[in-house]
Ligand binder design. Sequence first.
Ligand SMILES: [Zn+2]
Length: 82
Amino acid sequence: MTNEAEKIEADEQGDNWRCMCGNRPWEQGFYSIDEGVQVVDPDEEHWRTNEYVCAQCGRVIEGTTHVVTRRVDLAATISRST
Ligand SMILES: [Zn+2]
């Protein structure tokens, strides 16, 4: 048992994510999320966390390091209505 942070797999370009639940970008996908449980547009105004939520398991992933920072209840996430 190590203390190493949970990290998802990505290719050398940082793309083609593979969550430990098996989710891929072209399957359930990943959504930009704020510091709470709200799914937001990935723009400077709404999105300041650089975090994505896995749409399959609710793990929240830091966009640059790919470290899993927390986990949210997917049923509680709020999609911004457009
Ligand atoms: Zn996942």
